[in-house]
Design a protein around this ligand. Structure first.
Ligand SMILES: NC(=O)c1ccc[n+]([C@@H]2O[C@H](COP(=O)([O-])OP(=O)(O)OC[C@H]3O[C@@H](n4cnc5c(N)ncnc54)[C@H](OP(=O)(O)O)[C@@H]3O)[C@@H](O)[C@H]2O)c1
Length: 297
């Protein structure tokens, strides 16, 4: 039995679809399991459970009897505490393999605070005695959908990474790699840096969106300080998260990113492209309100 944390999220949701399609028994967790019932209703082999990482007893009940865990968590200031606790409870419940969704540049000296958090969680996992597979994916294409209201209302994207080359990856490819690690022994146990097959700058993304939507979309480059102010004021983003977005964009600007061959090497096919992701989701970029998107498609 495989437990999927974050089964309502972009990557966990796609993993749930893959495992259910393949008939692999799995247990899908959410703090609000009603969000999953419609999606997996009557799917053979899928067990839906309520669990909250802030409630250790709910994790114990959800992990008991399982052998593998897919561990992912929304970023929050207590992410290290919550994921570390989940790791301890997984070991206590007899889980023997954890696939952890981490982040690029996860290291003790990373300039990105959330990457340092992930490093701390990885260290806890390495010290847990359980087998582990660690995924280091770059920026999720699915998060570009959060820019839709700004694009629809003002036909602009703002940022602070100039013309830097940036790796993007479709969460469905991350989920396919996670499924491989959970079902193929030769993939389990690795640490994988996951990207698409080419990099894109924000000016290149706006060029593609302009062509696809038939209207001009512009990229406006701001200073890190102005971009941070804009994130906090425009979208009401918490300050710690705005700091993260600025840090990650500045890192891309100072350390140009390069694609890896890892996804193709594991899956035997090229990663999904940004062009096809944008084309599939064009309707979202014309909506003023953030849309509910089925990430598992
Ligand atoms: N965004 C990127 O471009 C990017 C790039 C590289 C790495 N990452 C990493 O990927 C991870 C996932 O990020 P995301 O923003 O994409 O998240 P997400 O997949 O949208 O959501 C993750 C899941 O966390 C679950 N969750 C939140 N709080 C929880 C709690 N207290 N107990 C149990 N489950 C909880 C949510 O489930 P419920 O609400 O259903 O309970 C949700 O399904 C993060 O650790 C991030 O650092 C992100």
């Amino acid at each position: 039995m495989i437990v999927i944390m974050g089964a309502t999220g972009a990557t966990g949701g796609a993993l749930l679809e893959r495992l259910a399609d393949s008939g692999v028994p799995c247990r899908a967790l959410s703090r609000e399991p009603n969000r999953l019932h419609g999606k997996v209703f009557n799917r053979a082999g899928v067990d839906v459970r309520q669990a909250d990482a802030r409630d250790p007893d709910s994790l114990r009940a959800a992990f008991r009897g399982a052998t593998q865990l897919f561990l992912t968590m929304t970023n929050s200031p207590d992410q290290v505490e919550l994921e570390t606790r989940a790791i301890e409870i997984a070991a206590e419940c007899g889980i023997d393999h954890v696939v952890k969704l981490s982040a690029p540049t996860a290291a003790a000296d990373s300039p990105v605070a959330i990457a340092r958090w992930h490093h701390t969680i990885e260290e806890a996992l390495r010290g847990s005695g359980m087998a582990h597979t660690i995924l280091h994916p770059y920026a999720f294409m699915q998060k570009l959908l959060l820019l839709a209201p700004q694009i629809a209302a003002h036909r602009i994207i703002t940022g602070t990474m100039g013309t830097a080359a940036c790796n993007f990856i479709d969460c469905r490819d991350i989920a396919d790699v996670a499924a491989a690690a959970l079902t193929r022994s030769e993939i389990a146990g690795g640490t994988y840096t996951l990207t698409g097959s080419q990099t894109y700058s924000y000016p290149q993304i706006t060029e593609q969106l302009s062509a696809l939507l038939g209207v001009p979309i512009r990229y406006i480059d701001l200073s890190p300080r102005d971009f941070r102010t804009e994130l906090v004021q425009r979208s009401g983003m918490p300050e710690w998260l705005a700091d993260h977005v600025v840090e990650i964009q500045r890192l891309a600007a100072t350390h140009p990113e390069r694609p890896t061959e890892t996804v193709a090497g594991i899956l035997g096919r090229p990663p999904r492209t940004l062009e096809s992701f944008l084309s599939e989701n064009l309707d979202v970029f014309t909506q003023l309100e953030p849309a509910t998107v089925d990430h598992s498609r």
